[in-house]
Design a protein around this ligand. Structure first.
Ligand code: 5GP
Length: 184
């Protein structure tokens, strides 16, 4: 793949607001295409196949790993998540800037494979607020919440391994800063 300065990685802990920031980024710059990941996690209420994720069973996900169909994949809080290679390649070829909204292990894999990609780590304004957001999502059982909280601390400890660290005080401001980083 060529032209990988067109590959943008947005990472950061669960609950930091990556999804909301991504929506705002896509609204501000129509040349940015968001990669849709595959996951073995069950859909949350309102989530749609092919829109939020491609929801796969474990067998199918493992098959895709074996066939090298992922650009990267990682296990997160008991489930698998991966970026399908073919659609990313296709969009880059068409001249789009491709945005990956992924957790840290996948983000590190991409940065190692493609050092010219741009990686951004989103930090919460404070950890108390982050815990409140993870809990208030209301879609996860206590066990899953505990896994996500534990994982959030680990992820935050790695934030300085990425090109830019941004604190998400305000969605619009954060999205503006990211679009500026992408466009310069
Ligand atoms: P959620 O279950 O809350 O939708 O996502 C859990 C975590 O997995 C989030 O940090 C999200 O960014 C990350 N994630 C989503 N898709 C992918 C992917 O394709 N690869 C990796 N490595 N992480 C992903």
């Amino acid at each position: 793949m060529k032209n990988l300065q067109k590959l943008i990685i947005l990472t950061g802990p669960s609950g930091v607001g990556k999804g909301t920031v991504v929506k705002e980024i896509l609204r501000k710059d129509k040349n940015i295409w968001l990669s849709i990941s595959a996951t073995t996690r069950k859909p949350r209420e309102g989530e749609k196949e092919g829109e939020n994720y491609y929801f796969l069973n474990q067998e199918k996900f493992t098959e895709m790993i074996e066939q090298n169909l992922f650009l990267e994949w990682a296990k997160f809080a008991g489930n698998y998540y991966g970026t399908p290679l073919s659609s990313v390649k296709e969009r880059i070829k068409k001249g789009f800037t491709v945005l990956l909204e992924i957790e840290v292990e996948g983000a590190k894999q991409i940065k190692e494979q493609f050092p010219e990609s741009l990686s951004i780590f989103l930090l919460p304004p404070d950890k108390v607020e982050l815990e409140r957001r993870i809990r208030n999502r209301g879609t996860e059982k206590e066990e899953a919440i505990q896994k996500r909280l534990f994982r959030a601390n680990y992820e935050i400890s790695l934030s300085n391994q990425f090109d830019f660290e941004l604190t998400n005080h305000n969605v619009d401001e954060t999205a503006k800063k990211i679009v500026k980083l992408i466009q310069t």
